[in-house]
Ligand binder design. Structure first.
Ligand SMILES: [Zn+2]
Length: 58
């Protein structure tokens, strides 16, 4: 049974690091390397600033 993946692998727009983030974050997600904003919460799925590379399955 497949559902929407809870995790996304996102590329940082500033330093190009790939990071796994939760797709429905409660708070802003920042790059762990350079601190750039990767995603902002919307109450549902995150609004991405970085590039979504792929989803990470459960
Ligand atoms: Zn970065």
């Amino acid at each position: 049974m497949r559902g929407p993946s809870p995790f996304w692998i996102v590329k940082c727009p500033d330093c190009s690091t790939e990071q796994t983030i939760f797709s429905r974050p409660a708070t802003t997600v920042n790059c762990t390397v350079c601190g750039a904003t990767l995603a902002t919460p919307t109450g549902g799925r995150a609004k991405l600033r970085g590039e979504l590379l792929r989803t990470a399955g459960a």
